[in-house]
Design a binder for this molecule. Structure first.
Ligand SMILES: [Zn+2]
Length: 279
């Protein structure tokens, strides 16, 4: 599943090709994604120019407007990659679309943005400049923003009995800490994933926030990864997977103390941790 680093990598990858470009045509071949692509979208976006390519949580926000005028924002194209979605830029003459390539957006620089999603849990929505969308409301801060720090988590967690792992994966608390990253960051900060969020000290939260920022930045810098997408040609997990300390390593020796890594289930998701190092 594309996580925040993959989405940020995608944003950085497409931005230089589409910023300032005018949309000449949008072709929607399969509107049935997680939510239907709005029927008016092909008409709505035609002729509009990309003002900015942003990201909020795992949503890509392509702001579109008229290139002239005092108040140029017309609306925002919101793209989510779901479980298996990806975007790529095709330059020059486009190849005929394959089965899971659900829509294309063509630009006046002859570049095309093509969306592929075999499982169709992704989304492409429209938010006019005077509208808001429920999916973007109530999101917690971005993990790499300065507002997200140990004090913030400490205050937010008082009296909360939910486990710390579920707490940091809650999008209302902070966005973008996926399942793999949650296990890894709790290991790096020495926190038992089962511990109640409200019982964790300010110092431990500061250490957890450092770990989250460090791990996400590293993943973004390395081009973003999921275990599946970066499988090397030899079939072994890619470079980032080799650096995971606990995730997917049940029974292996903890890198710090050599105790066997444990696996448990929390909120229907797998958690990996070292019961000796994480208290
Ligand atoms: Zn250990």
């Amino acid at each position: 599943m594309p996580e925040l680093p993959e989405v940020e990598t995608t944003r950085r990858g497409i931005e230089p090709h589409i910023d300032g470009q005018r949309i000449t045509k949008m072709d929607i071949r399969q509107p049935k994604l997680r939510w239907p692509i709005p029927e008016h979208l092909e008409q709505t976006v035609k002729g509009l120019t990309v003002l900015a390519t942003k990201r909020r949580a795992k949503y890509l926000l392509i702001e579109l407007g008229r290139s002239t005028g005092a108040d140029p924002l017309v609306g925002t194209l919101i793209i989510h990659l779901g479980m298996s979605g990806s975007l790529r830029i095709i330059q020059g003459k486009p190849l005929a679309p394959a089965k899971h390539e659900h829509f294309d957006i063509r630009f006046n620089n002859k570049h095309m943005l093509r969306f592929t999603d075999p499982r169709r849990f992704g989304a492409c929505l429209w938010m006019a400049s005077d509208e808001s969308l429920a999916i973007l409301d109530n999101l917690g801060p971005e993990p790499l923003d300065d507002i997200f720090d140990g004090d913030y988590l400490f205050k937010k967690s008082r009296k909360r009995v939910v486990s710390i792992k579920s707490f940091i994966m809650d999008q209302k608390v902070v966005v973008g800490v996926g399942n793999i990253y949650a296990s890894e960051c709790l290991y790096l900060s020495g926190i038992n994933p089962k511990k109640a969020a409200g019982k964790i000290s300010k110092a431990k939260f500061a250490s957890l926030v450092d770990a989250i920022k460090q791990v996400l930045k590293k993943a973004i810098n390395e081009g973003g990864t999921t275990l599946k997408d970066f499988v090397g040609s030899d079939g072994k997990p890619g470079y980032f997977a080799q650096q995971l300390n606990v995730y997917g390593r049940k029974g292996d020796a903890c890198p710090a103390c050599h105790s066997p890594i444990k696996q448990i289930t929390q909120g229907q998701r797998s958690t990996f941790y070292c019961s000796n190092c994480q208290k």
